[in-house]
Each structure stands twice: as C-alpha cells, then as structure tokens.
Design a protein around this ligand. Structure first.
Ligand SMILES: [Zn+2]
Ligand SMILES: [Zn+2]
Ligand SMILES: [Zn+2]
Length: 140
C-alpha cells in the first residue's frame, strides 16, 4: 500500500472512531481493501478478497461507511450494489459504460436548479442521485 492510501485508511478509521463505532482489525482490513480497489466495488467482491473475514462483518462495515458518507452508491443496472470511495463533499459521477471507470464531477448549475424546484415538490426533498454514463477516452 502506498503512503497516500495508508493516510486515507487512517482518516476513515479516525472518522469511524469519532462517530462512536469501534474499529476492529477486520474492519481496518476491509477499509484498506476498499481503498486499494480505487474504483467500483461490490460487497461480494470485498468478501471474496478477504475470505478470513465473515461476510456479515464486510456488509456491516460497508453499510457504516455508506452512512458516514465515506463511500458512494453508484447506480448501475446490475444485480449487485456498486460502491466507490468518496473523496469530496456532494458530487455526482461519470461512469464509463464500457470499463466501469468512474470519476467524481460537480454539477453546480444542476444543484441550483434542484434547489429552485424544491418549492414545487409536494414533500420535503431529502437527497438526489445522478450518474452520467459515458464512454471514456480509453474506451473510444
Ligand atoms: Zn462519489
Ligand atoms: Zn472506459
Ligand atoms: Zn447533486
């Protein structure tokens, strides 16, 4: 693992501890595996990569990371739920339809529009989710 990745793991561990949850050795290994992936992953993949760690622990840790907004859920039509590490505040993603490479993007204008529509909604707006599907430069 490169230094930069170790720092990311440490910062996530710190966040979990400060949120009041404990970080076991298994949990740390799961986080390290996610950071190492550097892209899309499924809970099944992480469980497969770490056969000595119980599936329930893997799923619980991923759920916790999602709740703490350290990972994003990416909408891809598939039987699995895909996640990716989050490296910034609110953002959207581009997803390459061919190689599944993802990138974080900010859609400032869109955020403003959504705020404007808020008053026309018949309920309280909680969140939104949008992925832009592309064919990346490597795949064209
Ligand atoms: Zn993201
Ligand atoms: Zn691609
Ligand atoms: Zn947004």
């Amino acid at each position: 693992m490169v230094q930069n990745q170790i720092e990311i793991v440490d910062s996530i561990v710190e966040l979990i501890v400060s949120s009041g949850s404990s970080v076991t050795n298994s949990r740390r290994r799961i986080i390290a595996e996610i950071v190492r992936k550097d892209g899309l992953f499924t809970a099944e993949e992480i469980a497969k990569d770490l056969p000595n760690i119980g599936r329930a622990t893997v799923y619980r840790t991923i759920k916790l990371l999602y709740e703490l907004e350290k990972i994003c859920r990416i909408n891809i039509i598939d039987e699995h739920s895909y996640y990716a590490l989050s490296s910034s505040d609110h953002h959207h993603h581009t997803v390459c339809k061919s190689c599944n490479k993802i990138e974080e993007i900010n859609l400032t204008g869109l955020e403003k529009s959504i705020k404007k529509y808020q008053k026309d909604l018949t309920g309280e707006l909680l969140s939104h989710n949008l992925e832009l599907y592309i064919i990346c430069e490597t795949c064209t």
